[in-house]
Ligand binder design. Sequence first.
Ligand SMILES: O=C(O)CCC(=O)C(=O)O
Length: 298
Amino acid sequence: MATKLLKKPLKLALIQLASGADKHANLSHARQKVLEASKAGANLVVLPECFNSPYGVKYFAKYSETLLPSPPTKEQSPSYHALSEMAKEAKAFLVGGSIPEYWEETKKYYNTNLTFGPDGKLLATHRKVHLFDIDIPGKITFRESDVLSPGNKVTIIDLPEYGRIAVAICYDVRFPELAMIAARKGAFLLLYPGAFNLTTGKLHWELQARARAMDNQVYVGLCSPARDMQAEYHAWGHSMVVDPNAEILGELEEKEDILYAELNGERIEEVRKGVPIYTQRRFDVYPDVSEGKVRYEE
Ligand SMILES: O=C(O)CCC(=O)C(=O)O
């Protein structure tokens, strides 16, 4: 490989946050944990999906904030400002999980990630592209699309001095095209703030993480909320980091905790050298999904 995808070692922290119904309390708790991670040397910190509210279709409107036009005021989006300040205070890149967003003009809601740089500046916004609509009789029915609208782009973010990452949200992990596009565009790490449940979590959480890593020979991080059996939605937990060879570098249990992992570019090169699928693809037989009609901008 001509240039290293990850230019210097990076310490990643996934915060498996315990949140409740009080948004203000959730934000200050998130701040504490982000600062704890940065004190431990993390350069890139990740929060889970819907990190400052309970997760559930009935909560989206109540907890939603207005992000556009950007930057929003503090009244429009306390979370935007809290995340920006956290990133600055921690001097770290911060993938701010997700929050429910409301577009006043169109009256639509989204499940939205905001990612900030160590200077507190917004680097990217990802609106969940694939809405979590499932129906497994006797187990779980969930219909985000009853309230939410889908985002419509792939989100690739350049982290100055390190390289590029991709961010998507939870159910997005089930669509390998997003991951493959990001990896083929040079991402070294795919991050998914996500809140799988006790039915699909057991079967598919680790499998999805390892599959996306294996297919693309990149690092993958899944960051879940902590499990709260008093809440209506029981998150799977088990935040994990997988290396480019699909080996699990670390995994949490269900409770609140922080997972740290050291990522380096040499590991990606070593894995790609050993099993060189990267140069063995047959675009004369099938198309390259990262070419042609791919949306990166909204
Ligand atoms: O894909 C799954 O099984 C769970 C997805 C999910 O919980 C979500 O998108 O929030």
